[in-house]
Design a protein around this ligand. Structure first.
Ligand code: ZN
Length: 103
């Protein structure tokens, strides 16, 4: 991934992450000199929640006892996370239900 580049190819400024205190995003990464936007960042707590979801999904994905519906649900949310898309509240709720059922 080219996001691991640490200096701006144009101005050679370093990549910095600014923590935002309002608005939709937790942080904004940009080059220090030219302020060229690189990406929005997520908060540590949001990333932690995401990891818990990923853990639950991957532990369910290897189970052979899922119903056909559950298996296809898990496959689809797993693909969604791979594509960096957030789960809907409804999907999260279903995931929790299925996880509880098998734990
Ligand atoms: Zn630059």
């Amino acid at each position: 991934m080219y996001l691991t580049l640490t200096n701006c190819p144009t101005c050679n400024g370093i990549l910095r992450e600014l923590i935002l205190h309002s608005g939709l995003h937790y942080s904004r990464s940009e080059y220090a000199e030219c302020e060229r936007f690189i990406r929005w960042g997520r908060s540590p707590s949001s990333l932690a929640r995401q990891q818990v979801l990923e853990h639950k999904i991957s532990s369910l994905a290897v189970r052979t006892s899922l119903t056909a519906w559950e298996a296809s649900f898990i496959a689809s949310v797993s693909l969604q996370l791979e594509q960096k898309k957030n789960l809907s509240p409804k999907q999260t709720e279903w995931l929790e239900k299925i996880y509880k059922k098998y734990s």
